[in-house]
Design a protein around this ligand. Structure first.
Ligand code: SF4
Length: 271
């Protein structure tokens, strides 16, 4: 693909610890009910419902290397990959944009990159991730361990079994991987144990901490009503995240459990 667009966008500090965001696609096929992007200009400009469209960016992946070099000349480059799409769209299986960008990063490594996804397709790129070593962390969203709940909130997103399988593959390959329980949804009594067995680090976030508005944005998206309609209203409460975080801390240790936006920050050893 050709084009003059940029890959790296300065965050202006709104994402704690990250200097840049990187969105390989515009739009997102997963269309999660709780997605804040659906109400942002980037989610509204097409005038079509969020989740029904996804576009390739008009930019050449090979240009990322020069951008990284230039930005690294100014200071540490910490990249949140991605903030307004999922880098492993179904389209990525054929388009390979994220894969190409990881390849460019391996040639001109940023200080740190968080690869945030909910798709098992990430396991396809274990070879590219390995080349980035400890400069990359995969963050896999698993908001629940109940397939019925996953279907109610994100029916177009990948099923849970495929995500657990991808997590096993990443772990076996030695890729630094965390699970993002974000936003936390109704789950089984053994969710904490399953999470602890699948990743060495877990971030727990909810509508009240994670949406940057004390829960107002999520309320505007109808999340309270969606819980209520399904008989899950008791799960719409900040204590749910606290309880899971406490259980996880007992299982994998305080340092391996992040809570809220801080949990997504780069490791302290870098920069
Ligand atoms: S995968 Fe992420 S960007 Fe896509 S709809 Fe879900 S929350 Fe939004």
């Amino acid at each position: 693909m050709s084009g003059s667009g940029r890959w790296l966008t300065p965050t202006g500090g709104y994402l704690r610890g990250y200097s840049h965001s990187l969105n390989p696609y515009v739009g997102c096929s997963f269309g999660c009910s709780y997605c804040y992007v659906r109400r942002m200009p980037i989610g509204l400009f097409r005038g079509e419902p969020w989740g029904t469209w996804v576009d390739l960016k008009k930019a050449d992946p090979a240009k990322l290397r020069a951008e990284l070099k230039r930005e690294k000349g100014k200071g540490p480059v910490t990249v949140f990959f991605s903030t307004a799409t999922d880098p492993y769209q179904p389209l990525e299986a054929s388009a390979g944009v994220t894969r190409a960008l990881l390849g460019e990063m391996a040639e001109e490594p940023p200080t740190f990159v968080l690869l945030q996804t909910r798709s098992p397709l990430v396991a396809r790129d274990i070879d590219a991730l390995s080349r980035l070593g400890d400069r990359v962390r995969v963050s896999m969203t698993v908001e629940t361990d109940e397939e019925e709940v996953r279907r109610a909130f994100s029916p177009s997103a990948p099923p849970l079994a495929a995500k657990w399988r991808a997590l096993r593959q990443l772990r076996e390959a030695g890729i630094d991987t965390q699970i993002a329980v974000s936003p936390i949804l109704p789950h089984s009594p053994t969710f904490a144990e399953k999470l602890a067995a699948a990743a060495s680090r877990v971030v727990v976030d909810d509508y009240f901490r994670g949406d940057g508005s004390g829960g107002k944005r999520s309320a505007a998206l109808g999340m309270r009503e969606l819980h209520d309609k399904n008989g899950w209203i008791e799960w719409y409460d900040p204590s749910v995240a606290d309880d899971l975080a406490d259980k996880l801390k007992a299982l994998i240790g305080n340092d391996a459990v992040g809570v809220g936006a801080d949990g997504f920050a780069p490791p302290r050893v870098i920069g």
